[in-house]
Ligand binder design. Structure first.
Ligand SMILES: [Zn+2]
Length: 117
C-alpha cells in the first residue's frame, strides 16, 4: 500500500488563461502581462512579453518555419506572479467561493470582488 502524501496539498492554481498578472519576482519583476497559458499540473504560467527565452529552431520548409534563434515567452512558476484584480486594480491573492447557483467563482482578497472565470 502506498504511503499517504506527507506534503500538504498545494493550493489550486487560480490563474486563468487571459488574466492580467503582475510579476512579483525574477528577471521581469514588476512587469504586468496577459496570461498566455497555464499548466496547473506543473504549476507554471506563460506571460505575454515576459521571461523571454531564446528558442533555437530548425528550419522546416513544409511548415514555412525559418531556422535560427527565436525569442519566445518561457513558462515561470505560478508563485512568481499575482493576479491583477480587475475591480480594484491591485495585485491580490485570490480565493474561491461557491455562488448561489452552485458555480465556483474567484474572489479578490483585497476588495472582495468576484472575478469572472
Ligand atoms: Zn480587488
Amino acid at each position: 500500500m502506498r504511503h499517504r502524501e506527507a506534503k500538504q496539498k498545494p493550493r489550486p492554481v487560480l490563474i486563468r488563461h487571459g488574466d492580467t498578472v503582475k510579476i512579483m519576482s525574477g528577471r521581469d519583476k514588476g512587469k504586468t502581462g496577459r496570461v498566455l497559458s497555464v499548466d496547473p499540473v506543473k504549476r507554471r504560467v506563460t506571460i505575454e512579453h515576459a521571461n523571454i527565452i531564446k528558442k533555437h529552431t530548425r528550419p522546416n520548409p513544409s511548415k514555412n518555419i525559418r531556422g535560427g534563434i527565436l525569442d519566445k515567452e518561457g513558462p515561470m512558476d505560478v508563485s512568481n506572479v499575482m493576479i491583477l484584480c480587475p475591480s480594484c486594480g491591485k495585485h491580490a491573492r485570490m480565493g474561491t467561493k461557491i455562488l448561489s447557483d452552485g458555480t465556483k467563482a474567484r474572489t479578490c482578497h483585497r476588495c472582495d470582488a468576484t472575478i469572472e472565470n
